[in-house]
Design a protein around this ligand. Sequence first.
Ligand SMILES: [Zn+2]
Length: 133
Amino acid sequence: MYQTDIQTINSALGVFLSTKNGMARNIMHRTISKILELRDVTKVELPSCWITRNGENIRITPKNITQGKECPLCGEAINPPEVVNDKIVPAEVAIISIYECEDGFDRVTYGCSCGAIFGRYENSGRVKYVEVI
Ligand SMILES: [Zn+2]
């Protein structure tokens, strides 16, 4: 990986975090997966997260896990997106990805307009009860 690769990855992430629109998300995913493929790496470390590649898919794993209800960097509240005139207006803190886990807690990765990427474990309500004999 070259320093310019890291800069390109950071820019792609930054554009998505500041706009949070679907097109920026697609461009971010494609740009990052292409760079990792080109350099033949499956994992890259950024200050706020690790990015891993599996084929064309990339996974963003945050380093910072919070249990709070706001962005740990700027304090912006985590709110669901609003619907105004049938259009979804993204909140300042948007969900990047959700990984469902068997333990009943989803690993939700958030990205904030301020550039922060962080995770939160959220009760999915799908806990599988194991009978103890
Ligand atoms: Zn923030």
